[in-house]
Design a binder for this molecule. Structure first.
Ligand SMILES: N[C@@H](CCC(=O)N[C@@H](CS)C(=O)NCC(=O)O)C(=O)O
Length: 217
């Protein structure tokens, strides 16, 4: 029986995808065997009502929306180890997950990550105007994260014994995909605290096991 036949979590999503990776990392943290079935967003095979990926099948359920999927996997299969028990710490985690999803992902994805993926993978020409227009806002967002990490450790102070929460799980692929673009790499290189946090997580087994092809060099 192959690993795919044994999969407990079946993830339907694009292979280079921030949100697919968030579910892959959560599955790894929960010790679940997972399989990713390449499914383009906005395609007839994709069962998400708004055309997004991933869609996940687990325990006889079909789940959409990464926040709900990650919470389910952690609650049902990981004794909620990725969520702090203390309510005030949980509020901090929820805040950072919301910042990641509502502000950072759209800003980074539209301004830099998607233009570079389309260029590298599909050979589309880069749109310098689109990139240049996004850079000041991306730079401000990185400055905000760096200051928050420097002043009080931001989301990193709530990680208990496991050393990681869902805030890290959501933020890592979002910041790492930015770092994989030339402009993002330069921006992050100037942020010592973001860089150190990324470096620490890079070696965590759940992160290493879910590396994108483009990271493998
Ligand atoms: N709110 C969704 C967002 C998922 C999402 O934006 N996925 C991206 C790939 S990382 C996508 O489907 N992009 C295709 C599109 O927006 O058309 C979730 O949390 O699962």
């Amino acid at each position: 029986m192959s690993k795919d036949d044994e999969a407990q979590v079946r993830i339907f999503g694009t292979v280079i995808s921030t949100y697919t990776r968030i579910v892959q990392i959560t599955s790894e943290e929960a010790g679940l065997i997972h399989q990713t079935i390449a499914t383009p967003a906005n395609s007839p095979q994709n069962r998400h009502p708004f055309g997004k990926v991933p869609v996940v099948k687990v325990d006889g359920l079909e789940l959409i929306e990464s926040v709900s999927i990650a919470h389910y996997l952690d609650n049902a299969h990981n004794q909620a180890a990725l969520q702090p028990f203390e309510p005030s710490h949980r509020a901090v985690m929820d805040k950072w997950v919301a910042i990641a999803n509502n502000y950072l992902f759209p800003l980074f994805e539209e301004g830099l990550v998607m233009p570079w993926i389309m260029h590298r993978v599909a050979g589309y020409p880069l749109d310098p105007e689109r990139i240049n227009n996004a850079l000041p806002q991306i730079s401000r967002a990185l400055g905000f994260l760096e200051l928050e990490l420097q002043n009080d450790g931001a989301w990193t102070v709530i990680a208990g014994e496991t050393g990681i929460t869902l805030a890290d799980v959501f933020l890592y692929p979002i910041l790492r995909s930015l770092e994989l673009t030339p402009q993002g790499e330069v921006g992050i290189a100037q942020c010592d605290h973001i860089k150190a946090w990324l470096e620490t997580l890079k070696n965590r087994p759940s992160i290493a096991a879910t590396r994108w092809e483009i990271e493998k060099g």
